[in-house]
Write a protein that binds this ligand. Structure first.
Ligand SMILES: *[C@@H]1O[C@H](CO)[C@@H](O)[C@H](O)[C@H]1NC(C)=O
Length: 432
């Protein structure tokens, strides 16, 4: 080929680049299956409640959900501090590894975790001593005087520049992305008063999740199986299928008005033939409402279905189905199981002029300041149980399921052994 001048040469170069791009682009599409483009999800099974075999491609739409946290930068002088209202060791035993994994030492964002003492139980307090001794970045705080309700637990907040992560002691799962995502969202949006994680088992959010189609048909196993089920299993695929009336087993009411059948009972998946779908309106989740004080707060059966459905998606690798960008809670009452708040915003008003700290921090105060409460839908966390769900029938509610053992088994297998997060880029922290 003969080039007569610079102009013609650049024309040929441009032509070559265009052809090359075309070849690469075609190659990309030939190598991309239908699943990755999200066709399968639109075409079939996403609204039917047939459990897919584990490991099957999950139809995740390309680029969704983005991680809001990949490039979080913490400004110089800003600490990120976990604040856990400590009470019950059987629950904290699950949370512990998730928190350690989020310490700076392991590639997370947390400078430290403060365990705010919220119990008088001797055994739990003894466990707290062990817990605090297990990490140089753990410490406890005991309120120096008496306050109403939970207000004393906020006394530990003493750094106005820090971001605090208020986490309930019964958060039993959260994704690596959760803390970075809500911290970043708070840093970027001074107009927001607080940012909550996208919490599974949070009254109004359970209604949101149900409408997103993530609930699965599950009913309690009413009689003890003749062979004891495998210990330490969190995998939903290993559960036997529910066999009984589609309306649920005899002696069981979906509205939570019947006690759990026996301690450690399982909930079993409704598995139907490929041409049948389960009618979700038969299930406890059908009673959920967009209401912070609805059945999502009080029903142990809705909580049980929430957890077994979540564990199902956890094994399937499609927890992305729970996610969205943001959800504006306006000034609606939000249960504060997992949120990020600035130290200054707490210290400005401590001790709160209202004994219900939750109502004050998500309704009264944000409304006064006209700074809203936002859910970050990319920050997924699971809350085990509200008091009514936990203590229903003297503890014969969600506590009598084996869901907590399943979360513990998951943490023991998947989180605790790999505290260091090699897959996660260390956050950029500007050192002052
Ligand atoms: C709950 O369901 C049972 C059985 O369907 C029914 O008898 C009972 O009245 C219900 N309770 C409430 C509070 O709705």
């Amino acid at each position: 080929m003969h080039f007569s001048g610079p102009q013609q040469r650049s024309t040929y170069t441009l032509l070559f680049v265009i052809v090359l791009c075309g070849v690469l682009w075609t190659g990309y599409f030939l190598g991309t299956d239908r699943d990755r483009l999200g066709f399968r999800q639109l075409g079939e099974s996403s609204f039917a409640h047939h459990p897919s075999p584990p490991g099957q491609a999950t139809g995740k739409p390309l680029g969704f959900p983005y991680t809001h946290a990949a490039d979080v930068t913490i400004p110089a002088g800003v600490k990120v501090i976990g604040l856990v209202f400590f009470g019950r060791r059987e629950l904290v035993q699950v949370l512990d590894c998730y928190l350690k994994r989020n310490l700076k030492a392991y590639g997370g964002l947390l400078d430290e975790v403060i365990w705010s003492v919220n119990t008088k139980m001797e055994d739990d307090l003894a466990y707290l001593e062990e817990l605090v001794a297990s990490s140089p970045h753990y410490r406890k705080h005991k309120a120096t005087k008496k306050y109403d309700w939970y207000i004393g637990s906020w006394e530990a907040v003493d750094d106005p520049h820090a971001i605090y992560l208020k986490i309930d002691d019964d958060v039993v799962y959260f994704e690596d992305n959760a803390i970075p995502a809500i911290v970043k969202r708070l840093l970027e949006n001074p107009q927001y008063f607080t940012i909550s994680a996208n919490i599974v088992n949070n009254p109004a959010l359970s209604w949101v999740h149900r409408n997103m189609g993530v609930y699965e048909g599950y009913y309690p196993e009413m009689t003890k199986p003749s062979h004891s089920p495998p210990k330490n299993s969190w995998r939903a695929s290993q559960l036997p299928s529910y066999e009984g009336p589609l309306e649920g087993p005899e002696g069981f009411a979906i509205n939570g008005s019947t006690a759990a059948p026996f301690q450690g009972h399982r909930w079993l998946p409704v598995r139907l033939a490929q041409d049948k779908t389960y009618d979700m309106s038969l299930s406890p989740a059908s009673l959920l409402t967009y209401d912070p004080f609805g059945p999502g707060l009080s029903s142990w059966t809705a909580a049980a279905q929430t957890h077994y459905s979540f564990l199902h998606h956890l094994q399937q690798g499609d927890t992305w189905r729970y996610k969205f960008d943001t959800w504006d809670f306006n000034y609606l009452r939000l249960s504060i199981n997992f949120l990020a708040i600035r130290g200054k915003d707490v210290m400005d008003v401590f001790p709160f002029p209202q004994k219900d700290d939750e109502d004050y921090l998500v309704c009264t105060r944000p409304q006064q300041l006209r700074r809203r409460v936002i859910i970050d839908g990319t920050a997924l966390a699971v809350h085990f149980a509200f008091n009514n769900q936990y203590t229903a029938f003297g503890g014969k509610g969600v506590r009598w399921t084996d869901a907590l053992d399943r979360y513990k088994a998951y943490a023991d297998e998947m989180i605790c052994p790999g505290l260091l997060r090699p897959d996660v880029k260390l956050p950029k922290v500007e050192v002052s």
